[in-house]
Design a protein around this ligand. Structure first.
Ligand code: PLP
Length: 446
């Protein structure tokens, strides 16, 4: 593409430093300028329309252009555009949303603390874990177990729990307090001839060995996405979560479930903890909580987690943490309306009903000579790509993602896979359109 001086692309390249790009490459190539969105589609500044196969960044559950969210935001802007939650002040939208989250949580929960991004929520939940250990007089119980390929964000603690080298390298992460155990994706890490049951046993042994090596008395919490998202849609092996929970109970280690991608219907139930039988002490949510129309995230915690923290704040005199935007009234009002719409339109049911079609379509694509296999749950899936003669599987996946974009579909290549996470409003016909574009891309790319 020729980039004209003073074009929107040229000004972007001149002034903006983008996240998650090769900055030198961006200086030369620029990015795709998206101008508008409607339903599952977005349109670029040349008028070309795309299916958004990743719902933006795994987030736009309601699709683009949902008027009710715009109306609620406008009404809240006019009534009370901003207020904070510090110093014994509060406001209606944050109260309403907190109540709703406690009521729909997959396990009994008692309190909600609002933040604005998934990273902040994980970072703060981590600080709360440390605060709680101090409250209990367990000064050495501070280590956190994350997992290889897990993603929990990019702030210092959340980025340290993340188990992806590219989020660590040259940032001087991870912090010493974070240790990592194996990734439970059988497809990727199963050994030649190893059954899935034996793989799960090995994963659980790795976890228990790590706990014993570090010393159980030094480990405060285990962090995990029910299904790993940004690591490449990696499914936990059968029996993994039940085994993990038994080990954590045995060694008195908290379980933090990061449902930033999985929460609010993505796996066919309101929370993936329900789908996979996980009972966390702390649930971290973001993205689909507001369909990302406003930045919003939340830490939902049980009483076992909350009570020692409350005691410690009483001892010190204050819980010394919070953001200017914690529980922002416009964000929480939009979040509440978004969740009401998810419920009214039964979008969780839509994900459950379409799962078979979605996974069936992916399995069909996996028969293509360039594809290796497919996987997924609900409306979250991935197509694993094979290496080609002159390209490794990662480069091949990148080429296929680019070809999909030419075919009018935006999806994301992660490692050797191309990943799908369409808006929850998608229909059966639109799934056919989405996979039709992938099939054309696979046929044209080599
Ligand atoms: N946790 C998970 C599971 C995520 O997938 C993400 C982002 O993709 C985050 C946390 C970080 O969220 P944010 O980008 O809003 O900081």
């Amino acid at each position: 593409m020729t980039i004209m001086p003073n074009s929107v692309e040229a000004r972007d390249m001149a002034y903006q430093m983008h996240p998650m790009v090769n900055l030198r490459k961006y200086e030369k190539s620029g990015g795709l300028v998206i101008e508008s969105g409607d339903g599952i589609y977005v349109t670029d500044n040349t008028g070309k329309r795309y299916i958004e196969g990743l719902a933006g960044l795994w987030s736009v559950a309601l699709g683009f252009g949902e008027k009710r969210l715009a109306e609620v935001a406008k009404a809240q802007m006019e009534k009370l555009p901003y207020y904070h939650s510090f110093s014994y002040k509060t406001h209606g939208p944050s109260i309403d949303l907190a109540e709703m989250l406690v009521k729909i949580a997959p396990v009994p929960m008692s309190k909600v603390h609002f933040t604005s991004s998934g990273s902040e929520a994980n970072d703060l939940a981590c600080k709360m874990v440390w605060y709680r250990s101090n409250a209990l007089g367990k000064k050495d119980k501070k280590k956190i177990i994350g997992r290889i390929k897990g993603y929990h964000g990019v702030t210092i603690a959340a980025g340290s729990i993340t188990g992806l080298p590219r989020n660590h390298e040259s940032f001087d992460l991870p912090l010493d307090r974070m240790v990592h155990t194996s990734c439970p994706s059988y497809v990727h890490f199963g050994l030649e001839g190893e059954s899935e049951a034996d793989f799960t046993k090995r994963m659980l042994k790795d976890l228990e060995d790590l706990i014993l090596k570090e010393g159980a008395e030094t480990i405060a919490a285990f962090w995990g996405e029910p299904v790993m998202g940004a690591g490449g849609v990696l499914m936990p092996s059968d029996g993994y979560w039940a085994g993990v929970q038994a080990i954590l109970k045995k060694y008195d280690i908290l379980l933090v479930a990061d449902e930033v991608i999985c929460g609010f219907g993505r796996t066919g139930k309101m929370f993936a903890c329900e789908t996979l039988g996980i009972e966390p002490d702390v649930l971290v949510v973001s993205k689909q909580i507001s369909s990302s129309y406003m930045p919003l995230s939340a830490i939902i915690m049980n009483d076992h987690f909350y009570q020692p923290i409350a005691d410690e704040s009483d001892r010190i005199g204050v819980f010394g943490h919070g953001f200017t935007a914690s529980g922002h009234p416009v964000a929480t009002a939009v979040g509440l309306e978004n969740l009401k719409i998810i419920q009214e339109r039964d979008l969780v049911g839509n994900a459950a009903r379409l799962e078979e079609k979605f996974l069936g379509g992916l399995a069909e694509l996996a028969k293509h000579p360039l594809a290796h296999s497919s996987r997924g749950i609900g409306l979250l899936g991935a197509l694993e790509i094979k290496p080609w003669a002159d390209a490794n599987a990662g480069d091949a996946a990148a080429a296929i993602a680019a070809a999909c974009q030419d075919e009018g579909l935006i999806i994301r290549n992660i490692g050797e896979a191309i990943c799908f996470c369409p808006p929850l409003i998608i229909t059966a016909e639109q799934i056919d359109d989405m996979f039709g574009a992938v099939a054309r891309a696979l046929d044209t790319v080599q």
